[in-house]
Design a binder for this molecule. Structure first.
Ligand code: PEP
Ligand code: CO
Length: 450
């Protein structure tokens, strides 16, 4: 194996990258970023790896979710708090039904770079380079905005630091206290049947808390009841940024990407002989890799061996994203191959990226029924195969948007999408749809929907 350095990816072919016009500014920004403090501590990444190992064995459940793309414009405490509360609510629902700890990982504090299906966008006869996420260029449809700007990396770093700061404050400061489960219910869900179902669950937890308090176990005496951990993650697409935040951990003398606890490789940049695989093989964080319908069986084994040569538990999360129509055909052979090869991986399902469609009203959307169907198929395939469905990976927001159609709780129609369609990139489940999905999934897991 060739020797690895944080910059050895530069000798490999690479996809989905911006072409920076001003190389001198790019170099300056990279140097500046390399001198900034890391956003996470390597010990935290190791803790997450241990928890993911438990999820891979079926002893915990991984809930990963957040924006498709974070944005500089929509950067405020309310949005972060709403996502945090939504994660806590889903956590309660899933913990209650699975009886297992839920490992919470946000697509947050760094999820800024986007792979695109086309290098150009055309609108009213004008053709411009595609928007690639705020860390690279601007979303406005103008020539100037679409020029990649290296300074955006500094802004993304600063926004990630501030976001993570608030997430850590919410996690430790009392918002996550189990005596506050009722308060996590978001205003716009409170009055619908889903909000009521959540309230019923909260009542049960309240009873349990009172019983425990009577036994002398309170949030003052037990930090577990008062605090939580929300880990951060993003697609490590823009390797200039990731390299600048790659640091040598002095405790272990190993390299960690300190831009987030967990990083993943997208479905479009996972070629075995290309730059992203080269970069990822050298960092010790827990990592993910998307698995779309074009993945070959032998290709997957080669990928696993490149990324996790020691077959370490919790190191590699394979995130399946085939689509409701394809998963039954394409996933079982891959799962069987990996199972029979004795590879330790953490299988989760991203039911978003294989289910994109265009609504009759012209919006990029996803339908709740297809999302739910792919999740359910993923769980039943694992059941048949005797393997572990370890969690879900969602694009969602705690805000009351209208980007995905369907669901019982809010029944968004193609016409209704226009009302609050705010996403920077792909359509997200709103808080109500995400919570509904958690309840449906918990019914599936507990067998209540049989
Ligand atoms: C994503 O998760 O935002 C994404 C682009 O996914 P994929 O690589 O699976 O298309
Ligand atoms: Co997306």
């Amino acid at each position: 194996m060739m020797s690895w350095t944080p910059g050895s990816w530069r000798d490999f072919p690479i996809k989905q990258q911006p072409t920076y016009q001003d190389q001198e500014t790019l170099k300056k920004v990279e140097t500046e970023l390399s001198s900034y403090p890391p956003l996470i501590f390597a010990g935290e990444a190791r803790n997450l790896k241990r928890k993911l190992a438990a999820a891979g064995r079926g002893e915990a459940f991984l809930l990963q979710g957040g924006d498709c793309a974070e944005s500089f414009a929509d950067f405020n405490a309310e949005t972060i708090k709403n996502l945090f509360k939504l994660m806590l609510q889903m956590n309660m629902v899933l913990m209650y039904s699975t009886g297992k700890p839920v490992v919470k990982v946000g697509r947050i504090a760094g999820q800024f770079a986007k792979p695109r299906s086309s290098d150009f966008e055309e609108f009213d006869g004008v053709k411009l380079p595609s928007y690639r996420g705020d860390i690279i260029n601007g979303i406005e449809f103008t020539k100037e905005a679409r020029i990649p700007n290296p300074h955006n990396m500094i802004r993304a770093y600063n926004q990630s630091a501030a976001t993570l700061n608030l997430v850590r404050a919410f996690s430790r400061g009392g918002l996550a206290d189990l005596n506050k489960v009722h308060q996590w219910n978001l205003d716009f869900i409170k009055d619908n049947p889903l909000g009521k179902r959540y309230d019923e669950l909260s009542d049960k937890i309240d009873h349990a808390m009172k019983f425990m308090a009577a036994c002398g176990l309170t949030s003052e005496t037990m930090p577990q009841l008062h605090q939580t951990t929300l880990y951060t993650s993003h697609e490590a697409l823009l390797l200039n940024y990731e390299e600048a935040l790659t640091r040598l951990d002095t405790e272990t003398n190993e390299w960690y990407d300190c831009s987030a606890h967990m990083l993943w490789i997208g479905d479009r940049t996972r070629d075995l002989n290309e730059a992203h695989i080269e970069y990822f093989r050298g960092i010790k964080n827990p990592i993910g890799c998307k698995v779309g319908p074009s993945m070959g069986e032998d290709e997957l084994i080669d990928l696993i061996e490149a990324l996790n040569p020691e077959n370490e538990e919790g190191r590699l999360n394979l995130i399946v994203r085939m689509g409701a129509e394809k998963i039954a055909e394409f996933f079982p052979p891959l799962l069987k191959k990996v199972r029979d090869a004795g590879k330790n991986v953490v299988w989760t399902i991203d039911p978003m990226h294989g289910n994109v469609e265009k609504s009759s009203t012209g919006f990029k959307t996803r339908d709740f029924d297809n999302i739910l169907s792919e999740v359910k198929q993923f769980f039943s395939i694992h059941k048949e195969m005797g393997t572990v469905a370890a969690g879900i990976h969602l694009e969602m927001t705690g805000n009351d948007v209208t980007e995905c159609t369907g669901s019982t709780s809010c029944a968004i129609t193609a016409e209704g999408l226009a009302s609050r369609y705010h996403t920077q990139c792909d359509p997200r489940l709103n808080a109500s749809q995400a919570l509904e999905l958690a309840f449906m999934l918990s019914d599936t897991i507990s067998g209540a929907d049989q």
